[in-house]
Unconditional design. Structure first.
Length: 152
């Protein structure tokens, strides 16, 4: 919501963070404090993960191979209008494996979970590299599990 408020009312005067999430003298300490609240590790379904997309909730979570990472610190990449924003709030495994950022490779919350069984060895290697990147850069906040009756 702060993104819209800042867009409409000009709450952020810097080009560094147009969403107003960081507190770099913008007077937006509350938004910064909310984003920095500790995350309790938990279980997510594709439906509950979809909330953490940078729009509905200021936090940005991305799942890779069943692990959910808090990528809020990478808002410039994964947040609204970032180059990889389509991964926010989703399982990004297939997209990363294919090095594709197209929406067709990102499953919707109401679709079956992707088992990735059809990936080639090269695609698995690519996914392994991306997974290592995320593991080194972002904290794991939970696991992604199928919602009974929806993602099976």
């Amino acid at each position: 919501m702060s993104f819209l408020k800042n867009l409409l009312f000009g709450g952020v005067k810097t080009s560094e963070d147009p969403t107003g999430i960081t507190d770099s003298g913008s007077g937006n300490a509350k938004a910064s404090q909310d984003v920095n609240e500790p995350i309790v590790e938990g279980r997510f379904t594709p439906r509950t993960l979809s909330k953490f997309n940078g729009h509905d909730d200021e936090k940005i979570f991305i799942a890779i191979r069943g692990k959910v990472y808090d990528c809020t610190a990478g808002r410039q990449f994964y947040g609204p209008s970032g180059p990889y924003s389509n991964f926010a709030g989703h399982d990004a495994s297939r997209g990363l494996a294919l090095n594709s950022f197209e929406m067709e490779v990102v499953p919707d919350w109401d679709k079956p979970m992707d088992d990735l069984k059809d990936l080639t060895p090269q695609q698995i290697d690519s996914l392994n590299e991306w997974e290592q990147h995320f593991a080194n850069k972002y904290p794991v906040v939970g696991t992604l599990e199928a919602e009974p009756g929806v993602n099976v």
